[in-house]
Design a protein around this ligand. Structure first.
Ligand SMILES: [Ca+2]
Length: 597
C-alpha cells in the first residue's frame, strides 16, 4: 500500500497501516490472495477515508504498537507463538485414513450400561490388534462404551498403553460415549487414577531422557540456533530437549526486576522440545524459535548446566468426535467439591480424570466433550499438540457451588495450542499451564471461553512465554496457584492479548474484611495473594474494567489499550502465523467458514 499511495500514508499514518493489517486478516484462498490483496488494500483506504469524515476518532480501531514492532522485525518483546500446534500450526489436523478397528467387532456392546469389563476388554483388544509401527483408528460407532464399571484399583480396570499412531474416533461427541461410571480413585491417594493413559516412553513414566551434550553458547528469545560441545549422537530432524535444572537457589536473572523468596525452593527448570533442522559445525538450528527468555550457558549447577537431551516420544496420538462421560456430582460420596479437600485429600481434585496423554508430538484432542469430571484430562510432556473444538461441561448439578478442579491442563508442554473451545463447568482453575517437573513454555490458549469466577492459571514451577489469545472469562488471581515452594507463577513473557474479562464481581478479596477489590489494583506481583508474574504484557483487554499497575511492584511490562475491544490484530497467534507463512492456514479458514471462530 505504501508504494501505491505514498501521499495518503504520509497523511494518515497509523490509520492506513492499521487497515492494511486488518485486510490481511480476511480469509481468502491462497491463489486469490495476491489479486484480492490489492483490491482490499484499495478498499481499506476508502474505508479509512470514509471513517475519517463520518465517525468520531475514538471509534477507529487501532493497531498494537507491539505488533507493529514485531512486523518490522523486532523479536525482543513478543515470543513468536505461531509454531504452536499440530505441524507447527501450518497444517490442519489430518483425518487419518488408517485401517479402522471397530470396537464392536472386538466384542464391545454399543448399548448403555453394559455390565462387567466387556466394553473395556474390547477396546484393549482392538488397540492390541494394531500392528506395531502401523497406524490404526480405534472406531466407536454411535453408542455407549462402559469402561468404568469397577472401582477396584487393579490396573486391569483402566486403559494404559505406550505407542503412537493410534487415533480414537467416534461418530460425534453427541453420539459416541466413553462412559466412566465409577472411578478407581479413593480418598487419600495422591496419584490420580486416570481412565485412559497414553505414554511415549518405553519403561517408566517420567524423566528418562538422557543428556547428549552440553550447550556452549548463549541464546535469546526467538533465536533458532545454539552451539553444542559435540554433535555426536545428533542428526537432522531428530527431536531433542533443551534442558536445564537449576539448583534451588539459582534463579539468576529470571526474576528481574524482582528477587526470590526464601520459601521458593524449586528453582528454575527449563525443558523445551525442538526438532533439529540443520547442523553446521557445532551449531544446531531448530525448526522453531527458542522461547526460553534467555539461555546463559555457563549457568546451572554442576551436572545440570544447559544441555541437549533426548526426547522420547510418540507421534500421531489422537482422540476425536467422542464424548467422555464421567459420573462426578451430588451422587458421589465425596461431593461437594472442595479444592484440596482435607477430608478426601486429592479425590476432589483429580479423582475423576478421563484422559492423560504424555510424551506426544503432533498429536491432538478435537471435537470431544468431557462431561462430569473434576479434572477432564492431562496433556503432559507434549509438544506441537492441538486441543481444538472441545467442550468441558457437566450435567449432574444445577447449583452455584464449585464443580471441579481443572479443564484445559497443559503440564510441562511446549508449543501446544488449546482453543476454539469452551469450559462451562465452574472449575477452580481456568485454562492451566503447569511447569511441574520440567517447566512449561511456548504454549497458547486461544479463543477459549471459561467461567467468569475463575482465571488464567499459571501453576508455578517455571513457566515462560505463554499466550492467552482472544480468551474470554474471569481474571481471578486465586485461580493461579501451584505449590508455594514452586513460585513464581510465571517468568517473562506472559501475554494476555485481547482478553475479555467477564467477571462482573470485580472483587477477589482476601477476606470479607478486605477493603480492596482486586480489580481496583491488579498487581501481577502480590505477596498478599501469593501471586507472582514477572512483568507480563497486556494488550487490548476489555469487558469488565481492570486496573493494572504500570509502575512499581507488580507492574505490567507493556499495557496497550486497556478497555478497548478493537485492537488489531484480533488474534496474535493467527497474525503471527499469517505473517510467517504469508497466508492464513486452511484449518483456521475452515473454522471461520464454519462459524466456529
Ligand atoms: Ca456399552
Amino acid at each position: 500500500m505504501a508504494r501505491l499511495y505514498p501521499e495518503l500514508v504520509a497523511k494518515m499514518g497509523a490509520f492506513v497501516e492499521a487497515s492494511y493489517v486488518e485486510s490481511k486478516d480476511w480469509p481468502m484462498p491462497q491463489n486469490q490472495a495476491n489479486g484480492e490483496q490489492k483490491m482490499k488494500s484499495l478498499y481499506s483506504v476508502l474505508i479509512v477515508l470514509a471513517n475519517l469524515f463520518i465517525l468520531p476518532a475514538g471509534s477507529l480501531s487501532v493497531e498494537s504498537r507491539l505488533w507493529r514492532d514485531f512486523v518490522k522485525g523486532d523479536r525482543t518483546q513478543l515470543p513468536d507463538f505461531s509454531y504452536a500446534g499440530y505441524a507447527r500450526g501450518e497444517a490442519r489436523v489430518p483425518d487419518v485414513d488408517w485401517p479402522a478397528y471397530n470396537v464392536v467387532d472386538y466384542g464391545a456392546d454399543p448399548g448403555p450400561d453394559t455390565p462387567g469389563s466387556k466394553d473395556l476388554d474390547a477396546i484393549k483388544k482392538a488397540i492390541k490388534s494394531v500392528p506395531a509401527c502401523e497406524g490404526g483408528v480405534i472406531f466407536f460407532p454411535e453408542g455407549t462404551y462402559d469402561i468404568g464399571n469397577s472401582s477396584s484399583q487393579s490396573a486391569d480396570n483402566v486403559i494404559h498403553y505406550r505407542r503412537g499412531r493410534i487415533v480414537w474416533r467416534g461418530d460425534g461427541r453427541d453420539k459416541s460415549i466413553i462412559h466412566m461410571k465409577k472411578t478407581t480413585a479413593t480418598a487419600n491417594t495422591y496419584t490420580p487414577k486416570i481412565m485412559v493413559s497414553v505414554f511415549g516412553g518405553a519403561a517408566s513414566d517420567e524423566n528418562l531422557d538422557t543428556r547428549i551434550t552440553d550447550i556452549t553458547s548463549d541464546a535469546k528469545l526467538n533465536d533458532f540456533s545454539i552451539d553444542v560441545k559435540s554433535t555426536s549422537g545428533l542428526s537432522v530432524n531428530q527431536w531433542v530437549k533443551i534442558y536445564m535444572l537449576a539448583g534451588e537457589n539459582e534463579f539468576y536473572d529470571y526474576l528481574l526486576p524482582y528477587s526470590k523468596l526464601t520459601s521458593w525452593t524449586t528453582g528454575a527448570r527449563f525443558s523445551e522440545r525442538h526438532q533439529i533442522k540443520s547442523i553446521d559445525g557445532n551449531t544446531l538450528t531448530f525448526y522453531e524459535p527458542i522461547l526460553i527468555p534467555y539461555i546463559r550457558h555457563t549457568e546451572g549447577a554442576d551436572g545440570t548446566k544447559w544441555g541437549i537431551y533426548t526426547f522420547r516420544h510418540h507421534e500421531m496420538i489422537g482422540f476425536e468426535n467422542l464424548c467422555f462421560r464421567g459420573n462426578w456430582g451430588p451422587d458421589d460420596p465425596y461431593w461437594p467439591y472442595v479444592h484440596h479437600d482435607p477430608a478426601s485429600s486429592e479425590y476432589d481434585d483429580s479423582g475423576w480424570t478421563a484422559l492423560s496423554i504424555n510424551d506426544a508430538v503432533n498429536s491432538w484432542v478435537r471435537r470431544c466433550r468431557f462431561t462430569n469430571y473434576t479434572n477432564s484430562q492431562f496433556i503432559r510432556n507434549c509438544a506441537f499438540f492441538s486441543y481444538l473444538e472441545n467442550e468441558i461441561d457437566q450435567d449432574t448439578y444445577s447449583g452455584d457451588n464449585w464443580y471441579g478442579h481443572h479443564g484445559i491442563f497443559l503440564i510441562s508442554c511446549n508449543y501446544c495450542i488449546a482453543g476454539a473451545s469452551a469450559t462451562t463447568a465452574k472449575l477452580t482453575h481456568g485454562p492451566t499451564n503447569n511447569g511441574y517437573l520440567q517447566g512449561n513454555g511456548g504454549n497458547v490458549i486461544w479463543r477459549h471461553k471459561y467461567h467468569p469466577s475463575t482465571g488464567p492459571d499459571s501453576h508455578s514451577y517455571s513457566i515462560w512465554s505463554t499466550l492467552y489469545d482472544l480468551t474470554e472469562g474471569g481474571l481471578k488471581r486465586r485461580a493461579s496457584t501451584g505449590a508455594g515452594y514452586g513460585r513464581p507463577n510465571h517468568l517473562k513473557h506472559f501475554v494476555l492479548w485481547n482478553h475479555k474479562n467477564t467477571d462482573p464481581a470485580r472483587g477477589d478479596r482476601l477476606s470479607s474484611s478486605d477493603p480492596t477489590s482486586e480489580y481496583d489494583e491488579y498487581a501481577f506481583w502480590d505477596h498478599r495473594r501469593s501471586f507472582y508474574y514477572v512483568t507480563p504484557t497486556v494488550v487490548g483487554i476489555h469487558g469488565q474494567p481492570v486496573n493494572f499497575l504500570t509502575s512499581g511492584i507488580g507492574r505490567v511490562e507493556t499495557l496497550e489499550y486497556n478497555g478497548r475491544d478493537d485492537i488489531r490484530p484480533r488474534s496474535l497467534y493467527e497474525a503471527q502465523l499469517e505473517l510467517r507463512l504469508g497466508y492464513l492456514p486452511q484449518w483456521i479458514r475452515e473454522l471461520r467458514k464454519d462459524g466456529k471462530l
